[in-house]
Design a protein around this ligand. Sequence first.
Ligand code: ING
Length: 323
Amino acid sequence: MPRTITIGAAQSGPVSRSETRAEVVERLLEQMREARRRDCDLVVFTECALTAFFAHWWIDDEHELEAWFEKEMPGPETKPLFDEAQRLQIGFHLGYAELATESGRKRRFNSSVLVDKHGRIIGKHRKIHLPGHADHRPHNPFQNLEKRYFRVGDLGFQTWQAFNGVVGMCICNDRRWSETYRLLALGGAELILIGYNTPDHIPEHPEMDQHVGFQHQLCMQAGAYENGCWIVAVAKAGVEEGVSQIGLTSIIAPSGQVVAESKSLEDELIVYECDLDETRAYKTLFDFQSNRKIEHYRPITSTAGPVVPIAEESPRQDTAEKL
Ligand code: ING
């Protein structure tokens, strides 16, 4: 019996600063219902799906900043998502700005939750790789102030038994670091869910603008192939509060192929039936137990040039003995 899971990648078009949570939740509910109509088991929403990506602008009023965060999940404004998921019997992934109060202290994270088809939270991820800067750069066309508004995630990269497989999550810039996929795969991940807000212009590196779409998919295609995982990556797309963001919501197979991709920069649901057993062949090809030799990965020293100059290197004892 193949372990298939039909996934709806629910790309969001722009969310304006003036849109209320209720208005955004209504957009997400519509996509959830469409996903159900198209027989999805799981619908994946994007990073910071409930609001405009406020890291793109300077906020120096604590009260104003915290208005962009969810104090509880679910809260009164997001509970309709959980209730509808339960009614429709569909799971979902949701990215949001989390305001946590832990041991009496307020902590802000860029987070995502995985919710089962009964509307119960299975797990949470907090973004670890925070790009951008903490200082105000008024000469840039927009800011990327995640280092100022969020703490580095403190939950590591976790995986959960869910949807008849093993599921992991990461968020946006996490996808550009190969360790992300390897750690999730070492945790048994067969399916990795990602949301992102990715501008099509990098103020400090305009020469990269022409490659933004390619590099967005490159890191995920490599991650999927090298770790035998399905990857579902969902954009907040379009021009949001003056910042033009890529779409390219993608579903990537363990082969590394992009098997489904959004065409617009609006709310758009792309659907694909993922066979989790397709991960097996690649997890065998890259068997961590038998093929990965971490004990042989010599640390690269700081000295210039090769660690052991070739001429001086004595023949490998083990090979010599075997010949
Ligand atoms: N955004 C961007 C990301 O996709 C970025 C920031 C863009 C970094 C392009 C490097 C290159 O990682 C978020 N929100 O992380």
